[in-house]
Design a protein around this ligand. Structure first.
Ligand SMILES: O=C[C@H](O)[C@H](O)[C@H](O)COP(=O)(O)O
Length: 230
């Protein structure tokens, strides 16, 4: 099975999971990227069952509107029932690296608001230690050299993502050679650097459930209880 087929299988699995919960006033949080795009396209078939969506990027908002799914401003919404999004890496605690598509900040905001966060990913994203995928860090443009120097002090190799401006008008540094043994502490430490808007570690708000596409089928993995208070 190729990677796209695995992505499609988890997008369908996510729709199967959420469909029974949909009501006429349900707002769904929608992520960004190729896996999320497949979910959006499938969700179009269920558009009559829920109210609308909040999107984690302009690209996803446009795709949703293309399917006639209403897109709301997050500030106008009381409750996001569920957030469905892909990831660049995930570990057994369902901590993630996200932001390969530069949407990390809005993704983190929608995930923070959502009652449940369902991550959808193919098995290539499953790792024992986060950090083989370069960690994206969104920075205010005037602070990018300062932030880069501070990240070097933490042991990483930051590289400016050339030509990329986020939906929030900021720049992205990708941090290479940065294995992350303690995701919670690292997320907080990087957030503490002045000029950082957000980093792509999702440990303070990990996923609640992971639908992982494998060649043997979709694995449904809940965040293990012993991580719940960590
Ligand atoms: O900014 C982008 C997001 O974090 C994506 O969820 C992540 O990059 C995974 O994307 P894809 O589903 O294309 O692998």
């Amino acid at each position: 099975m190729d990677q796209d087929s695995l992505k499609l299988s988890v997008a369908q699995a996510a729709l199967d999971v959420i469909q029974p919960q949909l009501e006429s006033n349900t707002i769904i949080g929608i992520g960004t990227g190729s896996t999320a795009n497949m979910f959006i396209d499938l969700l179009a078939n269920a558009a009559h069952l829920f109210d609308g969506a909040v999107a984690s990027s302009e690209a996803s908002a446009e795709r949703l509107r293309g399917h006639n799914i209403p897109v709301y401003d997050l500030n106008a919404v009381d409750r996001v029932a569920v957030y469905v999004d892909g990831a660049d890496e995930c570990n057994e605690a369902l901590e993630l690296i996200k932001g390969g598509g530069a949407a990390l900040t809005r993704e983190k905001i929608v995930a923070a608001v959502a009652t449940e966060f369902i991550c959808i990913a193919d098995e290539s994203k499953w790792v024992s230690v986060l950090g083989s995928f370069p960690l994206p860090v969104e920075v205010v443009p005037m602070a990018r050299s300062h932030v880069a120097r501070e990240i070097v002090k933490l042991g990483g190799d930051p590289v400016l993502r050339e030509g990329v401006v986020t939906d929030n008008g900021n720049a992205i540094l990708d941090v290479y050679n940065f294995p992350i043994a303690q995701p919670l502490a690292t997320e907080a430490k990087i957030n503490g650097i002045v000029g950082v808007v957000c980093n792509g570690l999702f440990a303070l708000r990990p996923a609640d459930r992971l639908l992982l596409g494998t060649t043997e089928g979709v694995r449904d993995i809940k965040r293990p209880e012993f991580f719940l208070d960590s």
